[in-house]
Ligand binder design. Sequence first.
Ligand SMILES: C[S@@+](CC[C@H](N)C(=O)[O-])C[C@H]1O[C@@H](n2cnc3c(N)ncnc32)[C@H](O)[C@@H]1O
Length: 429
Amino acid sequence: MSEEYQKYPMVTADQLRGRRERPRRVKMLTRDFIEDSLYNPSYGYFSKQVVIFTPGEPFDFNKLEDEPEFHRLLGQRYTEFEDKLDLIAPNETRQLWHTPTELFRPYYGEAIARYLVENYKLSQYPYHDLIIYEMGAGNGTLMLNILDYIRDAEPSVYDRTKFKIIEISSNLAKLQANQLLRTADSRGHSSKVEIINKSIFEWNQVVSSPCFFLAMEVFDNFAHDAIRYDPVTEEPLQGTVLIDNAGDFYEFFLPTIDPVAARFLRVRHAATGGHYPTPLPQSRLLRKLSARMPFTPNLSDPEYIPTRLMQFFDILGKYFPAHRLLTSDFHDLPDTIRGINAPVVQTRYQRRTVPVTTPYVHQGYFDILFPTDFNVTELIYRAITGKLTRVLTHEEFLRRWAYVEETETKNGENPLLSWYKNASVLTTV
Ligand SMILES: C[S@@+](CC[C@H](N)C(=O)[O-])C[C@H]1O[C@@H](n2cnc3c(N)ncnc32)[C@H](O)[C@@H]1O
């Protein structure tokens, strides 16, 4: 396809935003392909029918026997939830997933609210209002749980609280607004909430007041670039994908690294002192030998670098200079495709999850989600924003901030603590 590669124009996800049809006869960087697949307003994954499961009534953990009973009950509620949706509009390709915010509502949100109020009181009260930004608010559940908690437990702080959502998906932004108006109780929060329907990457206003910035399970869907290395020279090559006339995909790796990826490689190197996982064999001798072995590929495995995450930190540093970040995401994911920091690429069909082995699949039908390397991410965040951080596991964070007795089953097990073993929480200190 080299001839086509020369001929076809290079496009970006931004340039494709106005298009209603998936592009053909073009090429683009891996991160633009992923961004377009996930977020294109017409055919992107997040613009179609992604549905975030919500259990309805919160689970009454104290009445459950043990974790297996919770599991069974959750399975049952999942089926009921989907049966109801199918009654209105049957859909074999509905993309349904769940998050800790939803499974453990309101306890998870209350733990976060305790963290926010405590830290607000320590460092900002009474000189500033409590201003909370949430990027990517899903069903809006965390917002409601946080505001309910502050209203009930800390009325004087509630009077001074403002909650602003920054949400890329217009469907989810509408859903969040509806949730807010659903009951008389939630309507009471309306004057405190603003829902801003735009991508964080379009943000261009300086927020000089101190604020908390929440991002729960958003980093995993930020686009990444693919890099492979020449094992002898260690030179990086950047991934691009060509889409031909028939909509088929061809991956290319070229030695010209675009300025965004080049900056990421530089910042990562400086921030970590050169210590980060790479797909190259660690020893120079092994690298040389492997390059001489017959039938070995002439490039290393790919690594996926979080270029969009770096740009998010740029936005935080530039437009939210007095923020404190609280973010939770997966440090590890099962069933990833091949490579370092590689994503899971999966879809749901007839209520079953179907993983595939490449991100280059029909745009909009597949979730593409990456693990976050918290060791490296923390150092990059520090380098870009100049702030200090702490990383805890999901369990450690919740042991500190949740009332864990509320989520304990009769036999002493605690799903709030024992589920999500593969998630971590990063906070600015
Ligand atoms: C996996 S969901 C998590 C939802 C919610 N935080 C939770 O934990 O239940 C990811 C959310 O981030 C939003 N999102 C993704 N990229 C975004 C961006 N660049 N700017 C703003 N929101 C974004 C998605 O639309 C979605 O609401």
